[in-house]
Design a protein around this ligand. Structure first.
Ligand code: AMP
Length: 234
C-alpha cells in the first residue's frame, strides 16, 4: 500500500445529519491518512467541560439541541485549523453546519492556507441515511465514560446490557442524544445544514454517498473519493 500518511489530502468535509456515521467514518480517515479529526461538537464539549466563557454560553444552546451562533464557532475553528497537525489536511466533522459557515471556511482557506501552500480545496462528502435508521442510531448510542468506546444498543450492543465490554463501566447516553433533544437536533439539521449541501452542490463539489450500508462499504467508497480527489497533486 502506498504511504498514505505522507501526502497532503487537504480538508475533508463530512456532511450528514446527526447519527449518519460522521464520527465513525472520520476515525477511519484519520487512521488511513494520518490527519486529525476536527469535531466541532467535541471542541464545544471540551469548552463546556472546562467551564470556559464560551463553554458556559454553548452549554445551554447545545442542551436544547440548537446550533451555537456562527460567530462563536469561527474563533474555535480558526484556532484549531492553525495548529501544526492540520498542515497535510484534516477531517471536519460537524463543520460547516450553516451556509454562512461554509462561506467563512472558503474565505479562511483562501486567505490563510492557499496563499502559503499549494491549493487543495476541500473534498465534500455527504452521507445519506434513511430517517428511521437515524432515530435508531441516535436513540441507541451509548459510550463508556472511562475508555470512550462507542456502542449502539440496536446495532453494536455490549456483551452485558449497558456495561462496557472493556472495563465494565456503566454506559452513558450523551446529553444531546436524549429523545426529547434528538427531534430538535434533526430539525436544526433540516433547516440549516441542508443549505450547506446546497452551497457545495451549486459549486459541483458535493459527492453523495449512501451511508445505509455496512460500515466497511461506506468507508471504502469514501477512501475512493478522497484518493481520486487528491490525484491532482494536492
Ligand atoms: P455534534 O457532536 O456534532 O452532534 O454537535 C453537538 C452540538 O454542538 C450540536 O447539536 C450543536 O449544538 C453544537 N455544534 C457542533 N458543531 C456546530 C457548528 N458547526 N455550528 C453550530 N453548532 C455546532
Amino acid at each position: 500500500m502506498a504511504n498514505e500518511t505522507a501526502r497532503n489530502i487537504g480538508p475533508v468535509i463530512l456532511l450528514g445529519p446527526p447519527g449518519a456515521g460522521k464520527g465513525t467514518q472520520s476515525k477511519q480517515i484519520v487512521d488511513r491518512y494520518g490527519v486529525p479529526q476536527i469535531s466541532t461538537g467535541d471542541l464545544l464539549r471540551d469548552h463546556v467541560g472546562r467551564g470556559t466563557e464560551l463553554g458556559l454560553e454553548a452549554r445551554v444552546i447545545m442542551a436544547r439541541g440548537e446550533l451555537v451562533p456562527d460567530e462563536l464557532m469561527y474563533g474555535i475553528v480558526a484556532t484549531r485549523l492553525r495548529e501544526a497537525d492540520c498542515q497535510r489536511g484534516y477531517v471536519l466533522d460537524g463543520f460547516p453546519r450553516t451556509a454562512a459557515q461554509a462561506g467563512w471556511l472558503d474565505a479562511f482557506l483562501e486567505k490563510e492556507v492557499f496563499e502559503k501552500s499549494e491549493k487543495c480545496p476541500p473534498v465534500v462528502i455527504q452521507l445519506l441515511v434513511d430517517y428511521t435508521q437515524l432515530l435508531l442510531r441516535l436513540t441507541g448510542r451509548r459510550s463508556c465514560p472511562t475508555c470512550g468506546r462507542l456502542y449502539n444498543i440496536h446495532f453494536q450492543p455490549p456483551l452485558v446490557d449497558e456495561l462496557c465490554d472493556v472495563d465494565g463501566s456503566k454506559l452513558v447516553i450523551r446529553n444531546d442524544d436524549r429523545e426529547e433533544v434528538i427531534s430538535g437536533r434533526l430539525a436544526a439539521y433540516e433547516t440549516q445544514t441542508r443549505r450547506v449541501a446546497d452551497y457545495y452542490r451549486a459549486q459541483r463539489r458535493l459527492v453523495a454517498v449512501n451511508a445505509d450500508r455496512p460500515m466497511g462499504d461506506v468507508t471504502a467508497q469514501i477512501f475512493g473519493v478522497i484518493d481520486s480527489h487528491c490525484l491532482g497533486g494536492c
